[in-house]
Design a binder for this molecule. Structure first.
Ligand code: GLN
Length: 454
């Protein structure tokens, strides 16, 4: 009830939730009380969570932040949300996001931007973005509308909003969580993961979300370790990599300072700090912005006005006219931009020069990391190159916006787990995050290092 009250008081201003399911949540919480009284409580019994509106939820509208899915009520439930419910979680609503998870500010949502609950000390009126694409999930947790939330991360969409909102969030290894029932953006990069106020709470949530699913052929058939136990593990003797290439030009002094501070904490705790090189890191952003739009242009071909949501047609429409009208009315400007870039890089004549080349560079980026893992057990970097920016800043120049993802996209290209840990404040009192990367399927070390940084 406290969380429902917070939603009623704050959501009209913050706009973190597109759909509020308060009544349903109270009913579900009562059922949780009953199970608890009978000694049948699950590991998440009665825990109020927000669900990014990219996860299909049976009987509850799922918009992907797009007008094109207006009126779509899924007849089935995503695997991740099914598992959270199985363990007793209670869903308070569907969280706002950038349209089809394309963005770093939540400003591309057809349902309006989300207000970051934090503000600048010297300019409290400035409307700061929560980051994106999972901006509603992060803001809902930061504003205490929920104890945790689900997100998805294709190029940073869990880690960047977590950093901007002062909470923790992890993108697990590609294949750790099932993608079944999650609206697809870029299938070879998309991964689900949790947000929570602490690293340990993220571990609790991920333990429920993860695991093999025959409904997703890319989900890994590996046992799910006890991530919660990992949070208490010592970092003594661990080798922590610091990639030379991540000291980028123009990085604010407070980010450099936080990074140095974090490494000092780890050294004090007995870890060894090792400088490493990821020579292809500088190509990660252009590689990502070819691969992701290419896969998106293919995935979004299904929104044709016939099978899902919105349909715009004149009575005498032919099929092509139906497609054109529906897609023109349904997709916002960022989604159109991605579809055009993606279609271009996949088209005959350009495929080899762009898409194939990007795939090759992607392989080199992954190889850099494989070589690094022979020298270090985890890598620590800043999560973002700045603190939360204001609405209007970055938004007139797509390229400027894409630069936000400079530290996060490599983990998706290489399929690695990446955790964003709230680790400090900038001079304006805004939260800053550090990122911990680990070997594939070694979330345990990532959690141990993350908990030591908190
Ligand atoms: N900001 C990146 C993009 O716009 C990443 C988004 C995401 O991870 N879903 O593509």
């Amino acid at each position: 009830r406290a969380h429902v009250a917070a939603i009623e008081a704050l959501n009209p201003k913050i706009n973190a939730l597109i759909t509020v399911t308060a009544e349903h949540a109270i009913e579900a919480a009562k059922a949780s009380d009953t199970r608890r009284a009978r000694g049948e409580a699950g590991p998440l019994e009665g825990i109020p969570l927000a669900v990014k509106d990219l996860f299909c939820t049976e009987g509850v509208p799922t918009t992907a932040g797009s007008k094109i899915l207006e009126g779509f009520v899924p007849p089935y439930e995503s695997t991740v949300t099914t598992r959270l419910k199985r363990d007793g979680a209670v869903f308070v609503g569907k969280a706002n996001l950038d349209e089809f998870a394309m963005g770093s500010s939540n400003l591309t949502s057809a349902y309006g931007g989300v207000l970051n609950p934090w503000s600048r000390r010297n300019d409290p009126q400035a409307r700061l973005v929560p980051g994106g694409s999972s901006g509603g999930s992060a803001a809902a947790v930061a504003a205490r509308m929920a104890l945790g939330a689900t997100g998805t991360d294709t190029g940073g969409s869990i880690r960047q909003p977590a950093a901007f909102c002062g909470i923790a969030g992890i993108k697990p290894t590609y294949g750790r969580c099932s993608r079944f029932g999650i609206v697809a953006f870029a299938s070879s990069l998309d991964q689900a993961g949790p947000f929570a106020r602490t690293v340990e709470d993220c571990a609790v949530l991920l333990r429920s979300m993860a695991g093999h699913d025959p409904k997703d052929s890319t989900s890994a058939d590996k046992p799910v370790p006890d991530f919660v136990a990992s949070c208490g593990q010592s970092v003594k003797g661990l080798r922590i990599g610091v990639p030379r290439e991540y000291h980028i030009d123009g990085m604010p002094a407070e980010i450099e300072k936080l990074w140095r501070q974090g490494l000092e904490w780890l050294r004090d705790a007995g870890a060894e700090i090792v400088e490493i090189s990821l020579p292809h890191a500088e190509y990660a952003l252009p590689t990502y912005y070819i691969v992701a739009p290419a896969e998106a242009s293919s995935n979004l071909a299904r929104y044709d006005g016939v099978r899902f949501g919105k349909r715009v047609a004149e009575s005498n429409s032919d099929l092509r006219d139906l497609y054109e009208r529906t897609r023109a009315a349904g997709f916002g400007p960022e989604v159109r931009r991605r579809i055009m870039i993606g279609t271009y890089v996949l088209s005959a004549g350009y495929y080899d020069a762009y898409y194939l080349k990007a795939q090759k560079v992607r392989a080199l980026i992954a190889r850099d990391f494989r070589e690094a893992w022979s020298k270090v057990d985890a890598i620590v970097t800043p999560a973002t190159p700045s603190a939360a920016f204001a609405e209007g800043e970055n938004s007139d120049d797509p390229l400027q916006m894409y630069l936000n993802d400079v530290f996060t996209v490599t983990a998706n290209l290489a399929g690695l787990p990446g955790l964003s840990v709230p680790a400090g404040l900038d001079p304006q009192g805004l939260p800053l995050g550090l990122q911990v990367l680990g070997r594939p399927f070694d979330e345990e070390t990532v959690f141990a290092v993350g908990a030591a940084l908190e």
